[in-house]
Design a binder for this molecule. Structure first.
Ligand SMILES: NC(=O)c1ccc[n+]([C@@H]2O[C@H](COP(=O)([O-])OP(=O)(O)OC[C@H]3O[C@@H](n4cnc5c(N)ncnc54)[C@H](OP(=O)(O)O)[C@@H]3O)[C@@H](O)[C@H]2O)c1
Length: 294
């Protein structure tokens, strides 16, 4: 698979978003295991997860354990797979997600993630969200401390603004930013532009529009389906190829709970759209030259 840089590590340009295998609507365990194996079989070497991916507050680590068990079953062959997890967010009984960026919580959460993934360090530890009740640099500083102790190899941020990316960079080397970016949600282009200029990997979350579009074309427009019909590709494959064309720092992490989804999504790494096709997409989405990374 085409490779991209995450810090000093090369990873396949398409990662696996593991969230759909643990939250509401998840498949049975056998299907999830088959989905992760399918991803690895087609060259995926980055798996995105979080401690809070489970149903409600009682399932902390559900998704991390699933990934850890599959990677352990594959043995040495999977030792180079980058597991990117997150701390700093928790689920409430009503199904919500809330931030907890207190340094003492992040430390305990990181240690729990180490146990859940079954690895001796976390490859990429991402601050899941900014907690307005905690000074931002206190939360980022906690991740820097975990990195100094060797528990965390690389540090990333999620759901942050450009000023926060810059501020975090004063206390830790930020290798990645994971913000929402999809055809139906383009606000993340601002942080993508910053990351492209700064050489920081950008992991668009919900790159296809999120779980509500499960099994359908990416939200917002039919231009992806139209190009897909001409190419003989799925609309999702076209959408991910568009993401990859936005910037060399982009590493999409499409979610999957079926092997077929991630096999198709991974094929986007070998799918180059023409300049004319990219212009059609830009026009359909209302993206101007100034919106794209330089
Ligand atoms: N940092 C954050 O705050 C945050 C928030 C949300 C998500 N995330 C991360 O971002 C990842 C991606 O987001 P997401 O999973 O919410 O949404 P998404 O990637 O936009 O969409 C996922 C859904 O699209 C379907 N799909 C994926 N590839 C497909 C293909 N080639 N053909 C047909 N259907 C396809 C999957 O269906 P099936 O389930 O049927 O396979 C999946 O349920 C998550 O898994 C998670 O790791 C992070």
């Amino acid at each position: 698979m085409l490779q991209r840089k995450l810090g000093d590590v090369g990873v396949g340009a398409i990662g696996l978003g593991a969230l759909p295998m643990s939250v509401e609507g998840r498949p049975d365990r056998a299907q999830s295991v088959a989905t992760i194996h399918a991803a690895l079989d087609c060259g995926v070497t980055l798996i995105d997860t979080a401690d809070c991916y489970g149903i409600g507050p009682g399932e902390v680590g559900h998704n991390e354990r699933l990934i850890g068990e599959v990677l352990a079953a594959r043995g040495a062959e999977a030792s180079g797979v980058v597991v990117a997890t997150k701390g700093g967010q928790y689920r409430t009984p009503d199904g919500g997600y809330h931030a907890n960026g207190r340094p003492e919580h992040l430390r305990l959460a990181c240690e729990a993630s180490l146990r859940a993934t079954g690895r001796d360090h976390i490859d990429l530890y991402q601050l899941h969200a900014v907690d307005p009740a905690v000074p931002f640099l206190d939360a980022v500083g906690a991740l820097a401390g975990l990195q100094r102790e060797g528990k965390v190899r690389m540090v990333g941020l999620s759901n942050v603004t450009v000023p926060q990316i810059i501020e975090a960079g004063t206390v830790v080397a930020v290798v990645s930013v994971q913000n929402r970016l999809s055809p139906g949600s383009l606000a993340g282009l601002a942080e993508l532009r910053h990351c492209a200029a700064a050489g920081i990997a950008f992991l668009p979350w919900a790159p296809l529009g999120g779980l509500r579009v499960r099994g359908t074309e990416p939200a917002g427009t039919s231009v992806f389906a139209a190009i897909g019909a001409e190419r003989g590709w799925s609309a999702q494959r076209v959408c991910l190829a568009w993401h990859l064309a936005l910037a060399p720092v982009t590493i999409p992490i499409p979610g999957a709970s079926r092997p077929g989804s991630i096999i198709d999504s991974a094929s986007a790494a070998a799918s180059t759209l023409s300049g004319a096709e990219l212009a059609r997409i830009d026009e359909a989405l209302g993206i101007g030259a100034e919106d794209r990374p330089a």
